[in-house]
Write a protein that binds this ligand. Sequence first.
Ligand SMILES: NC(=O)c1ccc[n+]([C@@H]2O[C@H](COP(=O)([O-])OP(=O)(O)OC[C@H]3O[C@@H](n4cnc5c(N)ncnc54)[C@H](OP(=O)(O)O)[C@@H]3O)[C@@H](O)[C@H]2O)c1
Length: 311
Amino acid sequence: MTQIGWYGLGSMGLAMANNLQRHLAAKKAPSLLYTNRTMSRGEPLKALGGIPEPSFEQLVSRSSIIFTMVANDAVLQSLLSSAIGSGTSLKDKIFVDCSTVHPQMVKSAVDQLKEQQASFVAAPVFGGNPIAVDGKLVFAIGGPKSATEIVKPLIQDVMGRRVIDCGEDATKSSLLKIAGNIVTVNMMEAVGEAQVFAEKTGLGTGPMEELIGEAFGPVAGGYSKRLTTGAYAPPLDSRPGFGVSLAIKDARYALSMAEEKGVQLPGLEIARKNMEDARDYAGECLDSSSMYGTLRQQAGLEFWNEKSRKP
Ligand SMILES: NC(=O)c1ccc[n+]([C@@H]2O[C@H](COP(=O)([O-])OP(=O)(O)OC[C@H]3O[C@@H](n4cnc5c(N)ncnc54)[C@H](OP(=O)(O)O)[C@@H]3O)[C@@H](O)[C@H]2O)c1
């Protein structure tokens, strides 16, 4: 039976790996081998039957399918380099990356692994941590059909509610993810603006939140809750739901690709600048929705609200 390995137990990766392990256990398949830079993050996964394997090279050697869910392109490249440099044969192994990385990174990963007679599947995800916990993410999948057909049953109704097949060109799924984040980041900016408007005009954030959830759907409603619960600026000893630097990375990818193609993304420009200003003011431990803090300051309010962390 196929051995599956997993690297990356951050805000998204841990929830996803937990769901995959539950599925494997229900199927009486071999337990998920896992590793992470911070191994202690894997305790909940271990409690579900996941097996820690501190060495990524060993995990690759022991697994036929290797999932990665990491912060950015540099971390993914370092993992690929250690797998390729380990001397283990990678022939016929399938690497599935669920992180948000640039299409050029995907192209490079495809080429590097092809040389090793291995396959690369790009499977980035839409939805935040609570949706990952519920196993209801939307995946965009791209890669050789021989590999994606093996991977899809490990995703559909396990970690995700929907798998959008972007075809054999893996860069297309990464492109879709970056395009989708234009909507995500603009929506966070719009919800933040509306909530500052509601507060300053005396309307109040409560009715505004009710309307946003009812009229614009649960995703927009969830973004509003990140503001009113203070999750946009969580305590310093916690991990943000979607770290501000990750969202800035995604916005920069979209903006640079748009510039190459002569496309204007003025809304995204404003949101990126507001996120960067938030990070300059309040540091790294911020959610992507923290442009709200900047918008508050621009309106003469404190960056912090009554539920957020304080300076
Ligand atoms: N959060 C969301 O709502 C969301 C939604 C869709 C897509 N994404 C994308 O999904 C990916 C993961 O997001 P996330 O929110 O789970 O991020 P996260 O909580 O910051 O976790 C990042 C993961 O990468 C590892 N990592 C970071 N830097 C590393 C390094 N230098 N060397 C080795 N490992 C390193 C972390 O290890 P440690 O645990 O040791 O820190 C952790 O496993 C990102 O590409 C993000 O853009 C996020």
